[in-house]
Design a protein around this ligand. Sequence first.
Ligand SMILES: Cc1ncc(COP(=O)(O)O)c(C=O)c1O
Length: 428
Amino acid sequence: MSKVEITQRRLAATARGVGIMCDFYIDKAKNAELWDTEGNRYIDFAGGIGVLNTGHLHPKVQAAVAEQLTKFSHTCYQVVPYESYTEAAERINAKAPVNGTAKTFFLTTGAEAVENAIKVARSFTGRPGIISFQSGYHGRTNLTLGLTGKVAPYKLGFGPFPADIVHAQYPNELYGVSSAEALASLQRQFKTTIDPKEVAAIIIEPIQGEGGFNVTPKDFLQGLRDICDEHGIVLIFDEVQTGFARTGTLFATEQTGVKPDLITMAKSLAGGFPISGLVGKAEIIDAPAAGGLGGTYAGSPLALAAVLAVLDVIEEEKLCERSQQLGDKLRARLESLKDKIPQIRMVRGLGGMIAVEFMKPGTNEPDPKFTKRAQTHALENGLILLTCGMYYNVMRFLFPVTIEDEIFEESLGILEAALTHAAATAEA
Ligand SMILES: Cc1ncc(COP(=O)(O)O)c(C=O)c1O
């Protein structure tokens, strides 16, 4: 069936609210490449939004899941448990850069991991309040939308959101907000909006994902750690998008010099299989009573087989180092284009988590149209790219860290051609 016919059926049968970027339908995929139902080939720099650090169908991940499928696919862990859940928790606990001895439990989606982080923090502190940040993103459930600091398109028409959430100022030097100013602003909110003794948790992404790949300054994170220690608040780092070798380390937290109490994980934890988790300080994780945590599919045995394989692959293939190398290469290429493409305002990121922000030349005005033109040109030439940022003027790169060298080089060529095209077609 042609893609036009499938699209007609899709529009008639499925919800409009599920917005779709590509106008083609995938047939198959391998590592960094995918092919559509009409035989066209694409290089995937979206990775299912940061899920595929180990690529599409890594042979070890595929084999581990296939083997699990010969044994059992589901019991509900809370009914009949399996050892792989404990093994995966042990391996994550040994690596997680949290404050003190760690414990872990598993869920299914990133939003669910965030919801559970809040549940655990409230249970531990007995307090209701949560501080999250402007331009932060934490998911699409009602509570996580409440935490999310970007209105369109995520929150439009979906309120009311839960009470006791305060959005604090996020430090972003490019937009004129320093760490010191953001910390001072939070202290003012403690005077005007919420008593810090009523705050259960502060939740922040070490690098904002949807918000624009903004690297949260280390002094700001240290400032939050100090505030949490002073007032008995739980510090949560949301590593759903930054985790599992994306930033050059297993957790981005390792590079912050700050230890949070809880870390959310999902996406590249399992190379494409739906699972998420929460790792954190044992006494905090153990606050809820038995029966308070879990879910029918939470910690699926198929996804856990993938988790164990992903952890092996990251080590065996030295994916943290590779992420750093690929990120350095991409960053250098983008920096080298600054003279030719004056819309390039800032190249930023950590390890392989790189983005480029575009503004109209010589101004501080975000240029979403330039960004869209470049994204469209790249897609027409076989490179799938995602944008992000409060003003849709940031292009982010979420290539598989396992990408072959020659395919990475090919991608950089398509990217350069797309940016050159977008610059050449800029409005006067
Ligand atoms: C930082 C962060 N937290 C939470 C989520 C929500 O994850 P999910 O879409 O799996 O619910 C995302 C998704 O993009 C994310 O980037």
